[in-house]
Design a protein around this ligand. Structure first.
Ligand SMILES: Cc1ncc(COP(=O)(O)O)c(C=O)c1O
Length: 381
């Protein structure tokens, strides 16, 4: 049996998405910037997609900038905030995706006036909101960007977006949330959230890879970091990925159409796996707070030590089970997760991230549990 439980790294494309893309590949090759009918046809498709994408999160079409995925969108936020919005202080977390934390570190090294502050986490791995308030208070005289992800891609812990947004407003700070793991897994209303930036990546919800968008609140003006063309209202140069954009909006449509059903199904699988694992291996613990305010697609399990610690991912792989030891970028390796290290997890024990999608079944989870039983119950030292 082959079981794919690495959906936080990427998801398989939905057949409805593939179906929507094929006619665009066949018929709509015109450059959207060309003024002839071929170009105008492509332009119309992109603008329709922009309107649709915006509507799903209650944004205006002009607030959606299509990008080459989540990493690019995250980069745009941090770089533009410093370049265009006069930001001299970034508050983020050591547990952010590398697209955010590495970019923040590079910027703070290169810009001498830029201060970088990192939030603390509580013992369960949640962002310490009192400390966030303290950082904002202590740096009142600086223009601050707060960049904190909605749900952590490795451990699943969520951030109360509205609460943080209100706090940021109180201190006049710009608020960005990396919503790559939660967009199309939860409903978003950007007007209610009063948030400044959100980032989206299509391949995390059964869309194509290499396409996403940045939501830029209409109150914020940014300039391009990729230059050389007037595309995306002068904010992101380069001929648009029309195939990807159509796939992205179709994936959004499919996800939001059946969102409740998928949430219940996937949460059911996660809860089932937690209960069975606890019964099977009493020494098992979980990184983060999977029974608390946790992303329903992610379960990060800390297994007891055994004689195959180093080989655990490989052992799952030879049994046909795809899982991850860290973030998407470090799939295939179970060493050195910066997230686990920074929440104070026990790094001497092997941790595995199981991440689920609407396509997983209870039978698949039973198979995974039977492999775990074989690997652990007899072999625990
Ligand atoms: C939280 C988070 N942000 C950003 C990204 C990067 O997105 P992309 O793969 O579209 O560049 C990922 C992907 O793993 C992610 O999980």
């Amino acid at each position: 049996m082959k079981v794919y439980l690495d959906n936080a790294a990427t998801t398989p494309m939905d057949p409805e998405v593939i179906e929507a893309i094929i006619p665009v590949m066949q018929n709509n090759f015109g450059n959207p910037s060309s003024i002839h009918s071929f170009g105008r046809g492509s332009r119309a498709i992109i603008e329709k997609a922009r309107k649709q994408a915006a509507a799903f999160i209650n944004a205006a079409p002009g607030e959606i900038v299509f990008t080459g995925g989540g990493t690019e969108a995250d980069n745009m936020v941090l770089r533009c905030a410093v370049q265009d919005s006069g930001v001299t202080h970034i508050i983020t977390s050591a547990t952010e995706h590398h697209a955010v934390i590495d970019t923040a570190e590079i910027l703070s090294k290169n810009c001498k006036d830029l201060k970088l502050s990192l939030v603390k986490h509580d013992e369960k791995g949640y962002v310490d909101l009192d400390y966030l308030k303290q950082l904002l208070e202590e740096n009142k005289d600086r223009k601050t960007l707060v960049s904190l992800m909605h749900a952590n891609n490795e451990i699943g812990n969520k951030l109360p977006l509205k609460k943080v947004s209100v706090l940021c407003k109180e201190y006049g700070a710009i608020f960005h949330s990396d919503t790559v793991q939660t967009m199309c897994h939860y409903e978003f209303d950007v007007r209610d959230l009063e948030i400044d930036f959100l980032t989206c990546s299509a391949h995390k919800f059964h869309g194509p890879k290499g396409v996403g968008f940045l939501f830029v609140n209409q109150n914020i003006q940014i300039k391009p970091i990729i230059t050389g063309g007037a595309q995306e209202r002068n904010i992101r140069a380069g001929t648009e990925n029309i195939i990807g954009i159509v796939g992205l909006t179709k994936a959004m449509e499919v996800a939001y159409r059946d969102i409740k059903e998928h949430q219940d199904h996937v949460q059911g699988l996660k809860t089932y796996m937690i209960e069975k694992l606890e019964a099977l291996i009493p020494e098992v613990t979980f990184n983060g707070d999977p029974k608390g305010d946790s992303l329903y697609t992610v379960l990060n399990v800390q297994f007891p030590n055994s004689d195959m610690d180093e080989m655990l991912l490989y052992n799952f792989d030879i049994e046909g089970i795809a899982v991850s030891g860290g973030s998407a970028c470090s799939s295939g390796s179970n060493t050195g997760s910066h997230v686990l290290r920074n929440i104070g997890a026990d790094m001497t024990k092997p941790s595995i991230r199981f991440s689920f999608s609407k396509y997983n079944t209870k039978e698949e989870i039973d198979y995974v549990l039977s492999v775990i039983e074989e690997l652990f119950v007899a072999k625990t030292v």
